[in-house]
Design a protein. Structure first.
Length: 79
């Protein structure tokens, strides 16, 4: 089993969040972001992981998911 491209896009967005500050969100601009990123933000919003359809802040579940995403990236990139 492998990660579908949609999941990879969602993980990429979650990896952009700064976990050291709950006051720092992200914005996915519809007019300049890749369509895949816009769609990923919409899916994360529908799943209850972010507060706005175009980014915003992490919800509590989103914060936990982003923490796991950051840990996974750290493991995979350690050399």
């Amino acid at each position: 089993m492998s990660f579908p491209p949609d999941y990879i896009e969602e993980l990429n967005l979650l990896a952009l969040y700064n976990l050291s500050s709950a006051q720092e969100g992200i914005k996915v601009h519809r007019h300049s972001a890749a369509p895949e990123s816009v769609a990923a933000a919409e899916r994360l919003f529908r799943k209850g992981l972010i507060t706005q359809v175009d980014g915003g802040y992490l919800t509590p579940l989103g914060n936990e998911t982003a923490e796991h995403t950051h840990k996974l990236l750290a493991i995979l990139t350690s050399g």
